[in-house]
Design a protein around this ligand. Sequence first.
Ligand code: ZN
Length: 183
Amino acid sequence: MPDKLEFQLSIYPDPVLRKVAAPVEAFDDDLAATVAAMFDRMYASSGVGLAAPQVGLGRRILVLNPTGEPADELALVNVSIVDRSGPEVSFEEGCLSFPGIYADVRRPERCKVQAFSVTGEPIEREFDDFTSRIVQHEYDHLEGVLLVDRMSPADKQRHKAALEELVERYRDGLRRTSAPQRR
Ligand code: ZN
């Protein structure tokens, strides 16, 4: 048995978060293992949704669970949003790639998606309220669009120090992993 797949979160400003994700081509065991490990990461991080770029994978996969109940678990592969409708509503969003940062984001209330299940069956579904919010947020990740792009200029200013700290932490991480160890 190979080791169980385990993912770490990609945190802003990791460049993987800015790439447009590519379609999944094979609905195979690797995909199933990837999706399972994405759910593990999402639950372990107390999230309600996670997109593949957030675990360093440039693939059009997202997982969500708006309630935490097993029956509400949903994985969407090669997902596209084919319609958005309803009034624009403002709601405070967080993001596992922006720890500690929350900001109001305006989005249409409903969305309709076409996607495939992890085993390749076509899915067509409409979402509203909180689930629609999660789907639209996670879908943004597949297009390289982030919470920081969606927040108002006032919120961006309010979170300036926190965002700069994330940038600093990311650079520190790069230095630690790329520099030769010295004592
Ligand atoms: Zn996010």
